[in-house]
Design a protein around this ligand. Sequence first.
Ligand SMILES: *[C@@H]1O[C@H](CO)[C@@H](O)[C@H](O)[C@H]1NC(C)=O
Ligand SMILES: *[C@@H]1O[C@H](CO)[C@@H](O)[C@H](O)[C@H]1NC(C)=O
Length: 194
Amino acid sequence: MLMLHYRLWDVHDVAVLLCFTLYVCHLAGAISIQSSQQGLTRSVQEDVFFSVAVACNGTPTIQWTFMSSSVSREVGTWRPGAFTNITADYSSRVEAHDNGSMGLSDLRLQDAGYYVVTITDEMGSSKDVGFVLKVNEVLYEDLQYLSVSALALACLAGLLMLTMWLLDKAYRKIVAWKRRKQMPENDATELQPL
Ligand SMILES: *[C@@H]1O[C@H](CO)[C@@H](O)[C@H](O)[C@H]1NC(C)=O
Ligand SMILES: *[C@@H]1O[C@H](CO)[C@@H](O)[C@H](O)[C@H]1NC(C)=O
């Protein structure tokens, strides 16, 4: 009983191994997709370039799909030398390259998510690679605005303080000058008898 159980496991293991080998062979088959960075972070209004180098038997069909927690939509499909079909929403922002790469310009917050490129060869087999794009809000412009406003306010306050100080000084000077102007007359009247 134990022996049979053991042998069954053996068969199971071999089957798993065989499937795994077939799977790897299938993956390592005709299509190859080379890509470098698969996690990208950009800011709003910036551009992003999803760089891949695709190779397969014959001409590949390249399809890019966008996925986020709420939507999944096609960005574009193209086949070098044959056609380029970019979804209307993206037509002005997407740049399709023959090696499978895709450039997306003027990023928006809603562009954050997963970008999957699916390569289909002429035999109909396909392979895909995914990218994660993070889009950050541009905060530094607001901060700049805030710091400029703060600086302007500080300057204004400084100017006010300086003006008040100057006015105060001027007032004192005028008072002193008035007093001095009155003094010589007194001196003169006092000195005259001498
Ligand atoms: C794919 O082609 C584009 C445009 O010719 C190039 O800028 C990019 O570096 C290429 N990507 C790879 C991974 O070779
Ligand atoms: C281009 O894509 C649209 C929508 O995905 C589709 O309806 C249309 O048939 C496609 N055109 C070509 C030439 O593949």
